[in-house]
Design a protein around this ligand. Sequence first.
Ligand code: SUO
Ligand code: CP
Length: 315
Amino acid sequence: MKNFTSVQDVQDINALALEGLSLKQSPFSNKAIGENKTLGLIFFNPSLRTRLSSQKAAQNLGMELFVMNIDKEGWRIETEMGVLMDGDKAEHIKEAAGVISQYCDVLGIRSFPGLTDRNADYSDHILQSFLDFASVPIVSLESATRHPLQSLADLMTIKEHQTNAKPKVVLTWAPHPRALPQAVPNSFAEWMNQADVDLVITHPEGYELDEQFVGNATVSYQQDEALQGADFVYAKNWSSFQQYGKILSTDSNWTITREKMALTNQGKFMHCLPVRRNMIVSDAVIDSPASLVLEQANNRTFAMQAVLKSILESN
Ligand SMILES: NCCC[C@H](NC(=O)CCC(=O)O)C(=O)O
Ligand SMILES: NC(=O)OP(=O)(O)O
């Protein structure tokens, strides 16, 4: 694998998920692979899981590592091409990407969308600039449109907990007080379309995701109907794609409660975290044995380890 920015970068998602699960069994068995290699992690936005699980994955593979919260610690970065830099931005992304490449062998980038300009966000401008101007392999740590490391960890978690050959997986919108990106649901849908699952996406009208991610999923505006017989309930808030970046509903009838979970086939609850308790999911559900949120977070380490191993082996 050259870069890891979307499901398209992966030849066989099932093989990669199984590799992650195998690394989970023996996390230190490939220490030689990372010897004298450095992972750089550059964050334009906050993180808990991605930052720490990536550090742990690198250490498990014997890699060195540096982390920079570039939005807080770096020069302000100019991301437009061909501009007169007479304002407050001191460094161009072309030099930044080129320079950071001198110090590491693999580079992870986190860059969220602004949620005001859909075309700009969906061009994934910052990630694309690093792909264009860095000279080392790039791993997305969540971009404006996708969160592939999360989706890989989610696929691993589903594989560990599925009780039938083709589980019913329901991706459901849930209410939230702020406008959030579509990256996590886009990416989850994109991966589940390629996995051996029956994917249903449910949300209020107006929250339709970009078609390219919906693929062959069944889409329903009736959450109760969608949840019938679900083996996995993947909850997430996102802001509207059509009325770009807008909050169209905060309807608490979409919160995942015990009553909602009772509609499922003893379904498991999933969320990428961080999660707003009693907005997205009730305490009773997230604290119940049906909740897989910590398993998902744990699998983030081994997802990253599988990705780094594959990149180091082929670059
Ligand atoms: N990396 C996981 C999710 C990150 C981000 N969530 C957030 O920004 C939550 C912020 C809040 O709850 O205020 C998102 O939805 O894409
Ligand atoms: N799930 C996830 O990516 O968490 P962080 O935003 O804390 O990294």
